[in-house]
Design a protein around this ligand. Structure first.
Ligand code: DOR
Length: 425
């Protein structure tokens, strides 16, 4: 199978390409990148006026399989990812059963092989059953294909078990992805603690619940000399703690979600439970600080935290509704509009945050357009506008607070291994 992509404006964070190029792909591999390629191919795409980026890499999504197939499956989640421009996704282990042993990991890998149209890399749990009592067999899980370890959805509850996990990760060169939440300050809360919670009479989740846990784990990572990655950073203070830790030489990276950049608590109303997410939507000051932190490199990556839910789990009552936003399909448009259209990031910087940086953090062979590399690519139309409509989402999870909002920047083609897995011309 040969694919020729003509007239490409390449936005690759790794290589510097000047001017318009053609890209020739054979058997899934990029073979030539030249100003004008005259060669027969099975399929030719004209990318005139469009941008071509390395396929997006989402280091944090929930595909719900096994156990919650009514919310999402590998089959539906991978197609939603393709619609969003993602060619690689790392999926969180808070399934049922939890991915915390070799047999559940093997079963998931078999499902991925059978049903996925993109590259999916499982993340395994840090602790058995995500209970913060004993560690999983991290080394063996990693040898089988787990790309990182996380109890995401829940925090690692004790400092002792986090320290043990970080030491084990260091000994085996593994990565811990840290969902930071001090439960004593969060439990029972449904939205951000502060003005909006007071106005609506809803119990708040204090920003300190995230910040204290980040501080704890920075100190442990500093003491053990281990790498650590902080998931879904949502407050200005959290970003400040991470910036200071980086300056001291702590081996720390972090991610932000599109919804913590693009939305704030201001949009929440009493029955708008599609806004319920953990960590909660914060203030506009927080969102502004997170954008700046992306620009100055404090925040390394954008990750979707795609958390699809069935409509029955998203009731109209804030307390009983599930936490989570179905966001993998809207991530690029939201980030392009909020970050590139506003002049905060260049397209190349956005490509770095959404592909090469997460790829590097996870140790994956992705996030780069180079001769000899796998042809995982996304072609975007920066000028094309979209209006988010939950009914059109490919994901089984229709829980999007972006419904009805207009954005710029749409996905035209997603190409995995030289194969077109999504097309909307
Ligand atoms: O809102 C969230 N939903 N935050 C998490 O940490 C977990 C996720 C889920 O699994 O639904």
């Amino acid at each position: 199978m040969e694919l020729l992509i003509k007239n490409c404006s390449i936005e690759d964070p790794v290589n510097r390409y000047e001017g318009i190029k053609d890209i020739y792909i054979e058997d899934g591999v990029i073979k030539r990148i030249e100003p004008s390629i005259k060669q027969e191919a099975d399929k030719t795409i004209d990318a005139k006026g469009l941008y071509i980026l390395p396929g997006l890499v989402d280091m944090h999504a929930h595909f719900r399989e096994p156990g919650f197939e009514h919310k999402e499956t590998v089959y539906s989640g991978s197609r939603a990812a393709a619609r969003g421009g993602f060619t690689t996704v790392c999926c969180m282990p808070n399934t049922n059963p939890v991915i915390d042993n070799l047999s559940s990991l093997q079963k998931l890998l078999d499902i991925i092989k059978k049903d996925s149209v993109i590259n999916i890399n499982p993340i395994a749990a840090v602790s058995r059953g995500q209970k913060s009592l004993e560690l999983t067999e991290m080394k063996q899980l990693s040898e089988m294909g787990a790309v990182a370890f996380s109890d995401d959805g829940r925090p690692v509850m004790t400092a002792a078990i986090m320290r043990e996990a970080l030491l084990a990760a260091k000994a085996n060169d593994l990565l811990i992805i840290d969902h930071c939440e001090e439960l004593s300050l969060a439990e029972g809360g449904a939205i951000n603690y502060g003005k909006k919670a007071e106005e609506l009479g809803i119990k708040g989740i204090h920003p300190l619940s995230e910040e204290l846990n980040i501080m704890r784990d920075i100190m442990i990572a500093e003491e053990t000399g281990s790498r650590i990655h902080i998931a879904h950073v949502s407050t200005a203070k959290s970003a400040g703690l991470i910036r200071d830790a980086k300056r001291r030489g702590v081996k720390i990276t972090c991610e932000v979600t599109p919804h913590h950049i693009g939305l704030t608590e201001d949009i929440i109303t009493l029955s708008f439970t599609d806004c319920k997410v953990n960590p909660p939507l914060r203030t506009s000051e927080d969102a502004e600080a997170l954008k700046k932190a992306l620009k100055n490199g404090t925040i390394d990556a954008i990750a979707t935290d795609h958390a699809p839910h069935h409509k029955d789990d998203k009731s109209e009552d804030f307390y009983s509704s599930a936490f989570g936003i179905s966001g993998i399909e809207t991530a690029f448009s939201v980030c392009y509009t909020e970050l590139v259209e506003t002049g905060i990031l260049t397209m190349k910087e956005l490509a770095a945050a959404m592909s090469s940086n997460p790829s590097k953090i996870m140790g994956l062979n992705a996030g780069e357009i180079s001769i000899g590399k796998k042809a995982d690519l996304v072609i975007v139309d920066a000028a094309r506008g979209i209006t988010v409509d939950r009914r059109n989402l490919v994901s089984k999870g229709k829980n999007t607070p972006f419904h009805g909002r207009h954005y710029k920047g749409d996905i035209v083609y997603t190409i995995v291994n030289g194969r077109i897995v999504y097309e909307n011309i």
